[in-house]
Design a protein around this ligand. Sequence first.
Ligand code: AMP
Ligand code: TRP
Length: 323
Amino acid sequence: MSRPRILSGIQPTGIPHLGNYFGMMRPAIEMQASGDAYYFIADLHALTTVRDAAVLRRNVQAVAVDFLACGLDPSQCTFFRQSDVPEVTELTWILSTLTPMGLLERCHSFKDKIARGLSASHGLFSYPVLMAADILIYDSHLVPVGQDQKQHIEVTRDIAVKFNETYGGNFLRLPEPVIRENVATLPGLDGRKMSKSYNNTIEPFAEEKILRKRIMSITTDSTPLEEPKPIEGSTILALYRAVAPPADVAEMERQFCEGGTGYGEFKQRLFEAVVKFFRPMRERRAELIADREGVEAILKKGAAQARETARGVLMRVRDAVGL
Ligand code: AMP
Ligand code: TRP
């Protein structure tokens, strides 16, 4: 496999936060040169939870702009909106006709979402079939995802095997997951996993005043200023490690152990490090925001390229099933 097809998607369910950047966007950007990368904004998937057109459009735009600002290079990869390749919904239907109910009933992500109080729509239930179509329609070799998505890749493989067995041929390529295990889960303001659903996120491109306010609101324990502070489980340090040079991290750790420095001072330093880390990207982002048409053109060009690949696979599938 000289140039593997790499494929990954991100749902536009909110404005990208530090967890999304370090957990998904940066690894995807790092991988873009190591194969024929297809990255898309999974707006059809987001419909299972976002029910406001203006919010969905805003989020799609934010993901596109932030991803490009952070270093996604459209000359190296194919970047597009999922819904601009309608072929994927046709493949979803065809696959759904041979996806066993039990396979979907076992999916953790569905069960977790129901447990969190989302209503059980058919779309939420069949979400992994759309994801399988996303992967299979581009003949993907490698799918980089977080641990939480691993089961969906297994479901994709099961569906592909079932299709190939049913129709007697190697019509669909079996993808391999690339699990990002070396990527730490970043904590949010309250110490739990940074997540939009906990409202504990830090958005790196927020206005600096707002960014500072968010960082200053990180929950800390009540160790007095002069006393040593616990390193273990510190949200400030976990975030600082992501954005600051190792020498600065070592210095902050030393001051934690030594005592004599308050959390306010550490938070201020974290704020400055976040601003510094994202400064070049913030500047690039401002240019992209001023050039909405340019961003749209990138997505459209990506979609045209992706569609061509998708049409080829869909033709193979239609032929195999007798359509
Ligand atoms: P989500 O919006 O939670 O589905 O996350 C989108 C992507 O960002 C997934 O690939 C996650 O692996 C990654 N991600 C989300 N939150 C975090 C976090 N707190 N730390 C690391 N990665 C995260
Ligand atoms: N379900 C993924 C998530 O929530 C997003 C996604 C949709 C995806 N389709 C995909 C990821 C295909 C990889 C491949 O993170």
